[in-house]
Design a protein around this ligand. Structure first.
Ligand code: IPE
Ligand code: IPE
Ligand code: MG
Length: 247
């Protein structure tokens, strides 16, 4: 049976964020090097985006490369950057077919020139797509994002464009890379690790967290649906009592 049939289409999370983890361990299990794992991650990405679009998720954000990942061996970093460029080119038709608007968050200026160029081309060409926004977190670190936001807000205060009294949660939201995205409702992490690894700290304040042992290259439509079904079985109380929610 298609797991999708078990999803209540009226209560789908608006924004799903995924920490795509476990490529290295998956490759090791196949007796291959880590890069082989990254190469085999594309089907998982495609199926997740397609399924999200089908069920009516408005935004999906994929953690593809963290600020900390720059510390990996150069050959792996180079391979990841090459894969990024090739995948964006290869998946361009899938984005158009599924009406996917491509977006990116992170310190994009740190990416190699050709990656920046391909990324901005795909973002430009898909900018009018409406069905789902797919955001790639690249050279992304949540703490760095928050530091940037504070600097930009402070500049406005110094320049008297903004007063201290005016600063509220929306001010912070509007100065994050994710300013145009809804709050994260569901965060999925694969590979059995139970941590956030500097991903969307502010944006996940009230997200439901879903952890699975499945390694990212094995993650399929069925697994994505399982996460949504699990999410739908939770009671999001936002500080209230259960009675207040169900009344
Ligand atoms: C996730 O898989 C991909 C990136 C972080 C780029 P890993 O490469 O972290 O795989 P493991 O965690 O070592 O298995
Ligand atoms: C988080 O995975 C970053 C991405 C998935 C891109 P890592 O594998 O880098 O995280 P840690 O090091 O296990 O926390
Ligand atoms: Mg990892």
């Amino acid at each position: 049976m298609d797991k999708k049939l078990l999803i209540d289409l009226d209560r789908v999370p608006k924004h799903v964020a995924i920490i795509m983890d476990g490529n290295g361990r998956w490759a090791k299990g196949q007796g291959m090097n880590r890069v082989f794992g990254h190469k085999n991650a594309l089907t998982s990405v495609r199926q997740s985006i397609e399924t999200a679009a089908e069920i009516g998720v408005e935004a999906i954000t994929l953690y593809a490369f963290s600020t900390e990942n720059w510390k990996r061996p150069k050959f792996e970093v180079d391979a990841l950057m090459r894969l990024l460029v090739n995948s964006l080119k290869k998946e361009y038709d899938t984005f158009q077919k599924n009406d996917v608007k491509v977006n990116a968050v992170g310190n994009i200026e740190n990416l190699p020139q050709n990656a920046q160029k391909t990324l901005s081309e795909v973002i430009e060409k898909t900018k009018n797509n409406k069905r789902i926004v797919m955001t790639l977190a690249l050279s992304y670190g949540s703490r760095e994002e928050i530091v940037n936001a504070i600097k930009n807000i402070s500049k406005k205060v110094v320049n008297k464009e903004l007063s201290l009294e005016e600063i509220n949660e929306n001010t912070i939201n509007n100065h994050l890379y994710t300013f145009n995205l809804p709050e994260v409702d569901l965060m999925i992490r694969t590979s059995g690790e139970h941590r956030i690894s500097n991903f969307l700290l502010w944006q996940m304040a009230y997200a439901e967290l879903y952890f699975t042992d499945v390694l990212w290259p094995d993650f399929r439509r069925e697994h994505f649906c399982n996460a949504i079904i699990d999410y739908q079985n939770r009671e999001r109380r936002f500080g209230k009592t259960s009675e207040q929610i169900t009344e």
